[in-house]
Design a protein around this ligand. Structure first.
Ligand code: BV8
Length: 250
């Protein structure tokens, strides 16, 4: 593999990292759009959309319960650890926005994390105003989990994964956090690095355009060219578990 170009991180660098399913691939978690990926077994509309959930909630709960069960043995890889280490070095000049719903960034020690698409281990009630809560249960096939607060009142209300599905808005507070970081970074040396993402899903796939408009330096680390590779100044092709530690090396 050709020598990895050096990403300059200096005292004025503000680094925004965006990750996708590819950074968890080396931890054994299937991606969405690679061969054998999650979407191969399912139509996106059926398992990651509110319409699909309304049509067949048992199928959606089976899809997310399988992913919860599949995560049990997963551990962070060197890519996750490299991202946590650069956060340690940069402090509030760093922010991680992840499209991933697994816990591997937090398990690796990342703290300044925006979970753009939600969290696999969180559920919420489809009826009452109970805040989203931790739920690690991989429900048995066909089980439709109900809200404990609603059932205490004698009502059955279906739980849903606290996930942003296609056609659903991302949490405005999350988007504001990314936007505020970019605006604060404008007065400094902004670097935007995306890793392990096909660049297929918006609004995350548009972050590179926002970074460029603000004069930021842009990097893509991916196993193959992504849908928006041309928007990046630098493209380093390779596995994130190898490339990120090299790229962030002091
Ligand atoms: C929204 C659920 C407002 C959680 C997900 C037309 C134009 C523009 C936008 C739209 C449009 N029509 C509709 C939209 C909006 C839509 C969208 O972008 N659609 C796309 C498909 C066109 N977006 C939305 O609906 C978002 N909401 O915009 O609201 C709105 C509403 C309606 C209409 C317009 C606007 C909500 C988006 C969130 C959807 N939820 N998932 C879950 O189950 O996980 S998205 C899903 O895809 C996952 O969250 C995943 O994170 C995300 C992106 O996928 P990637 O992470 O990139 O994974 P992928 O498998 O694709 O790629 C992995 C990459 O890694 C590959 O390139 C591979 O080569 C690489 N790789 C593999 N191994 C490695 C590696 N790289 C490095 N190292 C390795 N070892």
């Amino acid at each position: 593999m050709s020598e990895t170009p050096r990403l300059r991180i200096d005292d004025d660098t503000w680094l925004l990292v965006l990750t996708g399913a590819g950074v968890s691939a080396e931890s054994g978690i299937p991606t969405f759009r690679d061969a054998g990926g999650l979407w191969e077994q399912h139509r996106v509309e059926d398992v990651a959309s509110p319409e699909g959930f309304a049509r067949d909630p048992a199928l959606v709960w089976r899809f997310y319960s399988q992913r919860r069960a599949g995560m049990a043995s997963a551990r962070p890889n060197a890519g996750h650890r490299a991202i946590a280490a650069i956060e340690e070095r940069l402090g509030d000049r760093f922010l991680l926005a992840t499209q991933n719903i697994d816990a591997l960034h937090k398990d690796a020690g990342s703290e300044r994390v925006v979970e753009l698409h939600g969290n696999l281990y969180t559920s919420r009630c489809t009826v009452c105003d109970r805040p989203p809560f931790e739920d690690r249960e991989a429900y048995p096939d066909g089980k439709l989990p109900g809200c404990g607060q609603c059932s205490a009142r004698g009502d059955f209300a279906l739980l849903r994964p606290h996930i942003v599905w296609f056609g659903e808005m991302l949490d405005p507070a999350d988007m504001d956090r990314v936007q505020d970081f970019l605006l604060a970074a404008e007065r400094h040396r902004l670097v935007f690095l995306a890793a392990g993402t096909s660049g297929a899903v918006y609004p995350a796939a548009g972050f590179v355009d926002a970074a460029r408009r603000l004069g930021g330096e842009t990097w893509l680390v991916n196993a193959e060219p992504a849908a928006n590779t041309s928007a990046f100044e630098h493209f380093v092709e390779g596995p994130s578990g190898t490339v990120l530690p090299a790229l962030f090396a002091t």
